[in-house]
Design a binder for this molecule. Structure first.
Ligand code: CA
Length: 689
């Protein structure tokens, strides 16, 4: 009896008459051979993002066309993985708004808006509005709202079932990650490392009641308060000074992988708070469990093992990038492995039974370390990389050689596909008094300069990597234009799909990287595609809407593709063989033209004060140097910026909170004036560039 029959029979035996959604057997979450659904962030619990569907293949892909599309008004940044559950697509957009779409009729079934800007309070200053997706379990969709709520809604109706607050309300903790659900539990972490003294943790809730089941802290708190568990006691021995005053960091903002083989969950942990270890933990130390994969017992949240990719991190090299579970053959011996390509530029293979390092090799330009020592499992650092001798330019920089954009594993080719970046960081803490460093809530402070000014886009390159873990080398690489492209999906049709920042959606042969198909979506793609089967036909779905870090912090690097805030429609595109639908009208890519008031006389002192405030606060969304990457308005072109009253009503009084612009009640009219002088200065510079 197949699973579908069994589920149907179970429904009859139980006398169930609610047939809106078929039951999804828990085993389907681990069934790599069943491609009908996309049930969780990485399709199945393994997070491989591999689909066994092969109706669309490298041989017939020329017939792939747009089958249908749905407009997503006000969706802004689309970075999330869509779920496909029994004929319904769940699309997550900015501020954690979820749209359920009937994949047969293409009608919106329901839309759930958790009203994040209204709930967020001061958290609105930091939460970015991005949301990487939802989880499904037992007829419920779990929505991680940016302000920290975890909300269960009925998958059939979109009605709220329960809501649990996972962070301190109004704090600098926020949530952009997708929850993961398994065995009646749903787990979520948080972000916030840079915006205040945060201490990362993950929490598990009961999927049916929303009751908290366990919480795991990533870094130790003040020993005087006692440790939550032995893992924290062990971790505290690797810290120095009064780290708890700085929070420590370690926020699990993205990767969480469930492993049914060992009943583990694996956390990809964040960087230090602040970045500069000399401040956070003077005298050094590994600073567990920063920048690690930490394995927990999925039932209890108890520590099982860890592998740290960056001991004593000091560069924002977090290990929050996805963690893929692969049963992998090495010399005829099957190894249950984890694969991980974090910011620091090394590709890691780790035994998921015990956390032992099996192999690590650089996949991009890496100058902070020469190699990973297989005996100790630790990187061999290059002298000077810790900016101990002043300014140092190292690869990669804080953007990482690979970021959150998901990678996919194809068991047929034995290759891992992921987008990589090549952009250095300029680290320098000269003049910073380590002992006197204090955080200011909701202000971006790393404790080190890192080259966060607006960057020349020609400095950065990027591409799509096909990596062979067996030889730890690239089998093929495709250069991509500029920076910031979507994550990948791979299929048994010998295909790899990737959406690009310039708006192209491209398919490559998985074995040799030959480009075999492309579609101009006419808007930057930041989300990964998914595939599913419905009534015997294979479909590929792609949310289109520029977003994520480059859209917020990217400045010119983000603006280069030409998707300024609010100009281009957001939509879900669905492709099938023989699809002949037309893409609705869209503006071409454009660049913002700053506006000027020739009568405005820029005061250099005010502009300098404005720049300082801008860098710590406004640039988080409106971009370094006042160049917006597209996730928020470019204020050099804003009329409100020319008028002090308009500016004050928006920034001080909160006139646009409902649209996502926070209220800065701690700023003054004088601050507004300083900001105005800085932005006018930047607008003029932009006009003469
Ligand atoms: Ca970070």
């Amino acid at each position: 009896m197949n699973k579908g029959t069994r589920a149907a029979l179970a429904a009859i035996l139980l006398g169930s008459c609610v047939a809106a959604l078929a039951e999804i057997a828990p085993a389907e979450f681990d069934d790599e051979g069943n491609g009908r659904n996309w049930l969780t962030y990485g399709r199945t619990h393994s997070e491989q993002r591999f689909s066994p569907l092969s109706q669309i293949s490298a041989d017939n892909i020329g017939e792939l066309g747009l089958a249908w599309s749905v407009e997503l008004p006000n969706a802004r940044q689309l970075v999330a993985t869509t779920l496909a559950v029994d004929g319904v697509l769940y699309v997550t957009s900015s501020f954690s708004v979820v749209t359920a779409i009937d994949a047969r009729t293409h009608q919106v079934l329901w839309r759930f808006d958790p009203k994040v800007p209204e709930h967020a309070g001061d958290t609105l200053r930091v939460l970015w509005g991005s949301s990487r997706g939802v989880a499904y379990w037992n007829g419920k969709i779990f929505v991680a709202a940016g302000d920290g709520r975890l909300i269960a809604v009925d998958a059939a109706t979109g009605k709220e079932q329960w809501s649990a607050m996972t962070v301190e309300p109004g704090s600098y903790y926020y949530v952009t990650g997708a929850p993961r659900a398994f065995n009646g539990k749903v787990v979520i972490g948080n972000g916030g490392t840079e915006m205040g003294p945060t201490r990362g943790y993950v929490t598990a809730y009961d999927t049916e009641t929303g009751q908290q089941l366990w919480r795991f802290w990533v870094v130790p708190g003040n020993p005087a308060d006692g440790f939550e568990d032995n893992a924290m006691k062990m971790a505290a021995a690797t810290w120095n000074g009064e780290w708890w005053k700085h929070g420590g960091g370690g926020n699990v903002w993205n990767a969480i992988t469930y492993d049914p083989d060992y009943n583990h969950i694996y956390l990809g942990t964040g960087n230090g708070s602040p970045w500069n270890q000399k401040i956070r933990s003077p005298g050094g130390g590994d600073n567990l469990f920063l920048c690690s994969i930490v394995a927990l017992d999925a039932d209890t949240g108890r520590y099982k093992w860890h592998y740290q990719t960056v001991p004593g991190e000091t560069w924002d090299f977090n290990s929050a990038m996805d963690i893929v579970s692969v049963d992998f053959k090495v010399h005829e011996r099957e190894v249950k492995a984890l694969m991980h390509a974090p910011k620091n530029g090394f590709f890691y293979i780790i035994n998921r039974a015990n956390g032992k390092l099996l192999s690590a090799r650089p996949f991009a330009k890496v100058t902070w370390a020469t190699e990973v020592d297989m005996k100790s499992g630790k990187p061999i650092e290059v002298q000077g990389s810790r900016y101990e001798d002043g300014h140092v330019r190292i690869w990669p920089g804080p953007l990482g050689a690979h970021n959150w954009q998901p990678m996919s594993w194809n068991p047929g080719t034995g290759l891992m596909y992921f987008p990589y970046h090549d952009l250095p960081g300029d680290y320098d803490d000269t003049g910073i008094r380590h002992a006197e460093f204090t955080h200011h809530d909701f202000q971006f402070e790393a404790g080190v300069a890192y080259g966060g000014e607006d960057a020349d886009p020609s400095l950065a390159t990027s591409g799509l990597m096909a990596w062979d873990p067996l030889t730890q080398s690239a089998v093929w690489k495709i250069p991509n234009p500029g920076l910031w492209h979507g994550g990948t999906m791979t299929t048994a049709g010998n295909l790899v799909f990737q959406g690009l920042g310039d708006g192209r959606f491209v398919a490559y042969r998985a074995d040799n990287g030959e480009e075999v198909w492309s579609f101009n979506a006419r808007h930057g793609v930041s989300a990964p595609p998914i595939t599913y089967e419905l009534d015997g036909q294979q479909f590929i779905a792609l949310p289109v809407g520029w977003g994520g870090g480059m859209a917020m912090l990217g400045g010119s690097l983000g603006a280069q593709h030409g998707w300024p805030y609010g100009m281009h429609p957001r939509r879900l595109l669905v492709f099938a063989l023989g699809g002949k639908a037309a893409l609705p009208d869209t503006l071409p890519a454009i660049q913002v033209t700053p506006i000027d008031d020739p009568a405005f006389v820029v005061d250099a002192d005010r502009a300098a004060a404005g720049k300082d405030m801008w860098s710590k606060t406004c640039s988080w969304c409106h971009g370094p140097g006042a160049v917006a990457g597209g996730g928020a308005p470019d204020l050099r072109a804003s009329a409100a910026m020319l008028d002090l009253d308009s500016l004050s009503s928006i920034a001080l009084d909160g006139a646009r909170v409902a649209r996502g612009m926070p209220r800065f009640s701690d700023m003054t009219k004088n601050d507004m004036l300083n900001l105005q002088h800085f932005v006018r200065q930047q607008a003029r510079a932009g006009l003469t560039r």
